[in-house]
Design a protein around this ligand. Structure first.
Ligand code: LLP
Length: 383
């Protein structure tokens, strides 16, 4: 079905996911790593946990990167094997640690000594040994939006590189945890390969130190972060996975038997999702015209939170063959002045009832929706 035909039965706003594009994206990832059997992708569930999306990703053979007990439960429900699930996050609650241990996940990505000690105690209490990867802060600048950069020393995430050796020794001395690897993540929406190159060099230096100490590292996990093209989604529906993975193939020194894990979120799902809205009013202001749609920052918070651009497209105007253009601010109905999708945007003349979609909204869109103003959460549909 088309998006427009769904708007006859479904209440707007809702999310639409394009399963053909999702499949092509998953195939592009699989083919880019086909010649590297030690490479494994754990999809970052935080980007989009809609069941129809998750079940396709698990069926394609990917693992899952979770950041809460709720995500672990959802991932297992949607077909991910616990042995393909890793669990990250700076603030894991006791019940979440227990849930992960009961499931038998592949690894906890541990972010502090304090957390390590709690996981050890809970595992001992449960008669289990928790596999642990230590999240090391590589102090690499991702050159991305300040709210989504994570690899610098002043961030709340991870263990300082200087403390790595002593925390590994501590892990090895505890009976309820087993050291399995190192975890890194430098940030999100990274659109050049320089930061990933810097990460590879940094990891090589750190693992050299460990080798000299006689410590072997079974898995290296380089996190996620590969960005997408929000400005021209139709020109670049699938990110350049070949170049991304080849950066690691070229630069990272892997030992025989060592595994390399990736935690891509946005790059997997962003382009396959659109937020579908309806024009409520075309309002003439003093100096500008507003298109007021029925979707708002409660449905897609990224423009208000990060100043992000999600390309608007008026599907009805295209069908109508609208020939004239106007300049609009496209805004939502929420009682917040930041409830704006885009300002001063030139597009075909809009009318009440037109369907406007916001592209590239598959990642951090539906999952970040809220019920502010007692609004219902947006629904979703996949074709
Ligand atoms: N691994 C870790 C440890 C992470 O913290 C993240 C994202 C990922 C993997 C996945 O990163 P991705 O491949 O999606 O870039 N809400 C923000 C993005 C927050 C990203 C948080 N961490 C946004 O809408 O842009």
């Amino acid at each position: 079905m088309t998006i427009l035909s769904h708007t006859e039965n479904l209440r707007t706003p809702f999310y639409h996911y394009d399963s053909a594009l999702l499949s092509r994206t998953l195939e592009a990832i699989s083919s880019a790593i086909a010649d590297s059997p030690s490479f494994h992708v754990h999809y970052a569930v935080k980007a989009c946990a809609t069941p129809s999306v998750l079940s396709r990703i698990s069926a394609a053979g990917f693992g899952a990167d979770c950041v809460s007990g709720g995500e672990i439960v959802r991932a297992v429900e949607q077909g991910f094997r616990p042995s393909d699930i890793v669990f990250a996050g700076v603030g894991k609650s006791d019940w979440e640690i227990r849930t992960a241990l009961e499931c038998g996940i592949a690894a906890f990505n541990v972010e502090s000594v304090e957390e390590l000690d709690v996981i050890n105690a809970i595992a001992l209490e449960m008669g289990k040994v928790a596999p642990v990867a230590l999240r090391i802060n590589p102090n690499v600048d991702a050159h991305t939006h300040e709210k989504i950069t994570t690899g610098l020393n002043e961030n709340k995430f991870g263990i300082a590189a200087e403390a790595m050796l002593s925390v590994i020794r501590r892990t090895q001395s505890l009976e309820g945890v087993r050291f399995v690897g190192l975890h890194f993540h430098i940030g999100s929406q990274i659109t050049t390969f320089g930061p990933f190159e810097a990460l590879c060099h940094r990891i090589n230096a750190l693992t050299d130190t460990l080798r000299r100490e006689g410590i072997s590292v079974r898995t290296l996990n380089v996190g996620g972060g590969l960005g997408i093209d929000y400005d021209y989604p139709e020109a670049h529906p699938i990110p350049d996975f070949e170049s991304y993975f080849s950066t690691f193939k070229r630069l990272l020194h892997l030992e025989p038997g060592q595994e390399l894990h990736f935690e891509l979120g946005r790059a997997v799902v962003a382009q396959c999702g659109s937020l579908v809205s309806r024009v409520l009013y075309v309002k003439k202001g003093v100096d500008k015209q507003f298109v007021i749609v029925d979707a708002g920052m409660t449905d897609l918070v990224r423009p208000a939170m990060y100043g992000s651009f999600h390309k608007p497209e008026n599907l009805t105007a295209a069908v109508r063959g609208e020939s004239s253009e106007e300049t609009y601010d496209i805004v939502g109905p929420i009682c917040e002045s930041s409830d704006v999708f885009v300002k001063g945007y030139r597009m075909p003349r809009a009318q009440r009832g037109d369907i406007i979609v916001f592209r590239s909204a598959g990642a951090y869109g539906e999952i970040m929706a809220s019920q502010y103003n007692c609004r219902p959460l947006p629904g979703s549909v996949m074709d």
